[in-house]
Design a protein. Structure first.
Length: 370
């Protein structure tokens, strides 16, 4: 099943992002903001699966961002979340987001392999090498100040995982951080290559992603500038013999008219934004992360309130479809999506926007043998 699975189809991929977290992607105080209950997540996942979405991607979060709503203060853990959703879906890939610093590579390798068997070859791994200092402190850990250490640890961690997924015989491993004796992990994943995601903006992060990830996430704030950035990423991949896809983050406010969409956007993202949480997110990211370039973080507070800094898709179905097409034309291979309320808003997106993308020729329709 996995060898020809439609996740690997060459079309503009769509996924959902952050549905396991309270508030989803919208840092807002409106009463209808996303309730990340298991029931809502299950309904969302089945809807995306039936519509032919390619993947579901969660955020790994351990403490919230404060503000009036304590944005992301309530979170479903990503291994258990993904495993359960794999058991309840048929075609869609489901990723786990894993912090290398707090998940032992031998344990993680077996967890992902088990998930892949449960899903018939549909598990994915999103690797995070660390940036959120308050979360490190909540776990009793210390975030290294330099990116070199974070990504050197991440490389050692991932090297172990890859060996455990491929080698049948027990092996010893002597690294800077891991000393393993006669370790192995069976069964291996169903897939020959579990798809790997990574988000990185620093030089060290980009190097890690180019050498290890199948898809790298980068923001789409200036499409002309980003288009060249994508070309550079792909060229760096080719230099090491790898074909790297580039994905981005978008938020959707799709309504029958552009006026309705813009009014709702203003209502939740401006009039009712949780500015305390927005300030905390941007401060922590500016201090510690380079998933977003620092010159862009300073421009991002409004975008953060709207959809965690994602590309705006605000308007009627034609406008939203045109926006996604512009991402495709810039060189992106797909986008994760956020909504204020995934369950209530996705049906209209699926009904109106997805067929437009198929007519534009950037997505393949769902077929019985997908």
């Amino acid at each position: 099943m996995s060898a020809n699975h439609y996740f690997h189809r060459d079309h503009f991929k769509l996924g959902t992002f952050s549905a396991n977290c309270s508030g989803g992607l919208a840092v807002t105080k409106v009463p209808e903001r996303w309730d990340n209950s298991w029931e809502n997540n299950l309904q969302m996942a089945k809807m995306a699966d039936e519509a032919g979405f390619d993947f579901l991607l969660p955020i790994a979060r351990w403490i919230g961002y404060g503000g009036d709503t304590n944005f992301h203060g309530n979170v479903l853990e990503t291994i258990t979340w993904a495993t359960a959703l794999l058991a309840h879906t048929k075609n869609i890939h489901v990723f786990s987001t894993i912090h290398t610093s707090c998940n032992h590579p031998v344990v993680l390798a077996k967890q992902i392999a088990t998930m892949d068997h449960i899903g018939g070859g549909r598990a994915g791994l999103n690797v995070v090498c660390g940036w959120n200092r308050p979360e490190y402190e909540a776990l009793g850990q210390e975030l290294p100040d330099d990116h070199e250490t974070r990504y050197a640890y991440g490389q050692e961690w991932f090297d172990i995982v890859k060996r455990l997924w491929k080698e049948n015989e027990a092996f010893d491993y002597e690294g800077a951080w891991h000393k393993l004796k006669q370790t192995y992990s069976l069964p291996h994943p169903v897939q020959n290559n579990v798809p790997i995601f990574n988000a990185a903006g620093s030089a060290q992060g980009r190097e890690f992603a180019v050498n290890n990830a199948d898809f790298l996430f980068t923001p789409a704030m200036d499409l002309e500038k980003t288009s060249q950035d994508i070309k550079d990423i792909k060229a760096a991949g080719k230099n090491v013999g790898r074909d790297i896809g580039v994905l981005t983050l978008s938020f959707s406010v799709c309504r029958p008219t552009k006026k309705e969409a813009e009014e709702y956007h203003r209502y939740y993202a401006e009039e009712n934004a949780d500015w305390g949480a927005v300030d905390n997110i941007t401060r922590i990211m500016f201090e510690n992360a380079e998933s977003f370039p620092k010159d862009q973080i300073l421009q991002m507070k409004q975008a953060m309130a709207t959809g965690h800094g994602g590309f705006p898709l605000v308007g009627d179905p034609d406008t939203v479809a045109d926006g996604l097409e512009s991402l495709h034309n810039a060189g992106f291979g797909g986008s994760v999506l956020g909504f204020v309320d995934y369950v209530k808003e996705m049906p209209y997106f699926i009904q109106e926007v997805v067929p437009r993308l198929e007519r534009k020729g950037i997505r393949m329709p769902v077929t019985a043998d997908s």
